[in-house]
Design a protein around this ligand. Structure first.
Ligand SMILES: *Cc1c(COP(=O)(O)O)cnc(C)c1O
Length: 401
């Protein structure tokens, strides 16, 4: 038997995380268990990763089947699972081409490098400015934290990559004034995730598209959190009817197996010529086999429609809780990316709600200090939503008292 505990974390791990006390050892669907067999409802879903629940039997089979065939080749060879997944992604989206990475941050790194390369190749090296938005989150590599709009994540890591401007999200006028011939890319999340579950307005999304066309800038949508069914669409851009030039995906793409992807139109993809960019693990056969199966399951219309129905149930439950306890200003987000915004009385206390929920055997998330986030598996059942929200209500009651 293992001889580790939460204390081991403090002994041997770099202190950049502060995990909760419980160490889950087993998962099934929307449930988790710790080593004492204590059961939890999981509305955190590995931070929007486990879209098909824990240990989804079809993903487990896909993984086991591929594990007996072939794991890894490097990009000196291609492999069948990578090609099959690539075909599926291209057929289902605006994109013509796919690049594989191992995480969201790496997919974004590829997208930002592509935008710079495309601009310098076609318009000269002065066209290098990236426009991004405050509170946005794009990953933790030095380039991606720099494009991200949360200064706390870049402090102390200077000097930072240059040529990046952060504007107010959903502010059309500010955007219009900032874009110029020097702009090589506008980068945004369709719904800001880590920044507080804030959806882009329809007008903002259209304005980004219009300005990118006008100034030959690459429209990059970071759909790492919003993509693969999370909003009830395969990708959130589909709900807006606005196509990007480049899109990044990760999180739910592998359903829990690490994989990221950058999707691009031919015109832009062409700039990453042989040797310009790469990844040892990118396109790993095992990862692609799992993601390929996850894609089949998530893209099913019945699953996507279910997301919208389940959201309605969450909203009803949250409304009922709020009528009783008056803790939220609003519930926002799209599909099963749900943000309950704490009102003035509970500002800064999202973590308290998270800890109180855990005491009621419910796992939830926060999105900044003022927003409680739910990002459950897309196959969470109605009964599990009822059970989880009953636990949440108890947690809320404790805090309010
Ligand atoms: C999680 C996330 C990332 C970073 O993904 P990693 O896999 O942690 O590198 C980037 N962008 C968005 C919108 C995310 O939610």
């Amino acid at each position: 038997m293992t001889n580790v505990s939460r204390e081991t974390f403090d002994e041997v791990m770099v202190p950049n995380y502060s995990p909760l006390k419980i160490i889950p050892v087993k998962g099934k669907g929307a449930k988790l268990w710790d080593k004492d067999g204590k059961e939890f409802i999981d509305f955190a879903g590995g931070i929007a990763v486990n879209a098909l629940g824990h240990c989804n039997p079809e993903l487990v089979s896909a993984l086991k089947e591929q594990a007996d065939k072939l794991w890894h080749l490097s990009n000196v060879f291609t492999n069948e699972p990578a090609l099959e997944l690539g075909q599926k992604l291209v057929n289902a989206t605006f994109a013509d081409k796919v690049f594989y990475a191992n995480s969201g941050g790496e997919a974004n790194e590829a997208a930002f490098k592509l935008a710079r390369k495309y601009a310098s190749e076609n318009f000269g090296s002065d066209k290098n400015e990236i426009i991004s938005f405050k509170q946005s989150f794009h990953g933790r590599t030095l380039f991606t934290v720099s494009v991200g709009g949360q200064p706390k994540y870049t402090e102390g890591f200077e000097p930072l990559p240059q040529g990046i401007t952060h504007l107010e999200y959903n502010n059309l006028e500010m955007l219009e004034n900032a874009v110029s011939d020097k702009t090589c890319a506008i980068v945004l999340e369709p719904v800001q995730g880590e920044g507080g579950i804030i959806p882009a307005t329809q007008a903002f999304m259209q304005k980004v598209r219009e300005l990118c066309d006008k100034f030959n800038a690459v429209m990059v949508l970071d759909e790492i959190q919003t993509g693969m069914g999370r909003t009830g669409e395969l990708f959130a851009y589909m709900g807006y009817g606005v196509e990007p030039d480049v899109l990044t995906s990760a999180k739910a793409l592998g359903g829990g197996f690490p994989i990221g992807a950058m999707l691009a139109k031919d015109k832009f993809a062409a700039s990453l010529k042989v040797g310009t960019h790469g990844s040892t693990y990118g396109g790993n056969a095992l990862a692609c086999a799992v993601a390929s199966k996850a894609f089949d399951l998530i893209s099913a219309p019945s699953l996507l429609n279910g997301v919208k129905e389940k959201r309605a149930l969450y909203e009803t439950k949250l409304q009922m809780i709020n009528e009783k306890y008056n803790v939220f200003d609003e519930v926002r987000g799209q599909g099963l990316l749900i943000g309950a915004v704490l009102n003035e009385k509970y500002l800064g206390r999202a973590r308290d709600f998270m800890v109180a929920s855990l005491e009621e055997n419910l796992m939830i998330l926060m999105a900044g200090p003022n927003v409680i986030r739910f990002a459950p598996s897309l196959v969470v059942t109605e009964a599990e939503i009822e059970q989880g929200m009953a636990a949440f209500e108890k947690a809320v009651a404790k805090i309010v008292e």
